[in-house]
Write a new protein. Structure first.
Length: 68
């Protein structure tokens, strides 16, 4: 495993662990936000899903722009 692959694997692991922790607490967050507004609770869930894919999409774009 070269340095570039190792760096990519570490970055992906950090992102997945971060989103995993957020997903673990997402039901509690949604219940708390849902007590104020059900629409806001739905938006929290949508932002979580969109954010997950957005992070990896942006990372892939930045990786494609780097010279090899």
């Amino acid at each position: 495993m070269d340095q570039n692959n190792r760096s990519n694997a570490i970055a992906a692991a950090v992102i997945l662990v971060g989103f995993g922790l957020f997903a673990y607490f997402l039901p509690t967050i949604m219940l708390d936000v849902g007590s104020v507004s059900t629409v806001a609770a739905g938006l929290v869930a949508v932002l979580f899903v969109v954010g997950f894919f957005l992070i990896f999409w942006l990372r892939a774009r930045s990786q494609n722009k780097r010279p090899r």
